[in-house]
Design a binder for this molecule. Structure first.
Ligand code: 5GP
Length: 201
């Protein structure tokens, strides 16, 4: 059985694909389209302590739990990685992801730059993609239009976005998300080269 080079306990029959980028850049929309186009991908649903937004469903966008339960799960080593983002806790549940990789499926993660750094140390063969907005001003507009966060929350997310851009250099692929359709096409091309070509070798 093949094991992850950097962590012998984790199977690397499947590959991990990480998508990061500032809040409002369009990660969730893009991940949802990619998931419909490739049935070899499984989306890792994160656990979070942030409040559920209107339109979100338990166990669909996230597993929503209280901060105290989150802290308990950290103690129990239930996360492969976790981080505090915009004042809330987010983590990748360890067990389902490991099972899926063991079964040979590839895993798609929409996580922040801190989480991605951890995944980079665990999965050297991971595919790391960073999405950037066409213009920084666009982020503010998108966050306002999305209408899910108040003004305070939007300011926090914009400050955080500036910081996140500093991590961009650690990603193998950087895509400027000008048009969703073009970004999706670029990601599908990356996946074709990285996953399908390797499978043929
Ligand atoms: P939002 O609250 O807008 O859904 O997500 C905020 C940020 O948390 C996004 O940048 C998203 O990529 C990140 N995030 C979501 N799940 C996880 C996770 O499991 N781990 C980490 N490190 N970040 C996450």
């Amino acid at each position: 059985m093949k094991r992850s080079e950097s962590n012998p306990k984790i199977s690397n029959k499947g590959r991990v694909i990480v998508i990061s980028g500032p809040s409002g850049v369009g990660k969730s929309t893009i991940c949802n389209i990619i998931l419909k186009k490739r049935n070899d991908l499984w989306f890792s649903i994160s656990t979070t302590s942030r409040v559920q937004r209107k339109g979100e469903q338990q166990n669909r966008e996230y597993i929503f739990i209280s901060k105290s339960s989150f802290l308990e799960q950290i103690k129990q080593n239930r996360f492969l990685e976790y981080a505090e983002v915009h004042g809330n806790l987010y983590g990748t549940p360890r067990e389902p992801l490991e099972k899926v990789l063991e079964g040979g499926k590839n895993v798609l993660l929409d996580i922040d730059v801190q989480g991605a750094q951890k995944i980079m140390t665990l999965f050297s063969a991971g595919i790391f993609i960073f999405l950037i907005p066409p213009k920084f001003g666009d982020l503010k507009e998108r966050l306002q239009k999305r209408n899910t966060d108040n003004t305070d929350e939007i300011s926090k997310r914009l400050i955080q976005a500036q910081k996140e851009m500093e991590y961009m250099k650690d990603y193998k692929y950087i895509i400027q998300n000008i048009k969703i359709a073009d970004t999706v096409r670029s990601i599908l091309e990356i996946l074709k080269n990285e996953l399908d070509r390797n499978a043929e070798l």
